[in-house]
Ligand binder design. Structure first.
Ligand SMILES: [Zn+2]
Length: 144
């Protein structure tokens, strides 16, 4: 079975903003929401029930760092977090910043209807990823 997430990790996508021995963060290319990160385990897991104790404790730090970086870089009012595992059977947690001026229709559960196109402007993406990398490096140092 070919897993698109395992393949992306192996290909070292340019949208990867942070990685440790268990977890990886990349910027989503699915919508035009800047600062939308996806947290994935490096190992192929369907959900948290298959994670090792080390992976589970690393998750807490990773998700905390990711949220701190999102707050610092895009200053949202909220960060939506969920994992569905339907488009790829590899655990991936969506971390979606909800800006103060986010369209009302897409707030809260409405975020599931948010348009998948267009994606983040390709000219802006490297800059956002670089800001995220810098912030995540700072947060990793602070959290130890
Ligand atoms: Zn996989």
């Amino acid at each position: 079975m070919k897993c698109s997430i395992c393949q992306g990790i192996q290909d070292e996508l340019p949208t990867i903003v942070w990685k440790d021995e268990h977890w990886l963060l990349r910027h989503s290319t699915e919508t035009n929401i800047e600062g939308y990160l996806i947290l994935e385990p490096l190992r192929h897991l369907l959900d948290f029930s298959q994670a090792t104790p080390e992976e589970l404790s690393g998750y807490g730090k990773a998700v905390g760092m990711a949220m701190r970086a999102i707050h610092a870089v895009v200053k949202p009012d909220r960060i939506y977090t969920f994992s569905l595992g339907e488009s790829a059977p590899h655990l991936h947690v969506h971390l979606i910043p909800r800006a103060p001026d986010f369209p009302r229709t897409y707030k809260a559960r409405g975020v599931m209807q948010y348009p998948l196109v267009p994606g983040v402007n390709a000219a802006v993406m490297p800059e956002i990823c670089e800001k995220m990398r810098k912030e995540l490096k700072k947060q990793a140092a602070l959290l130890g």
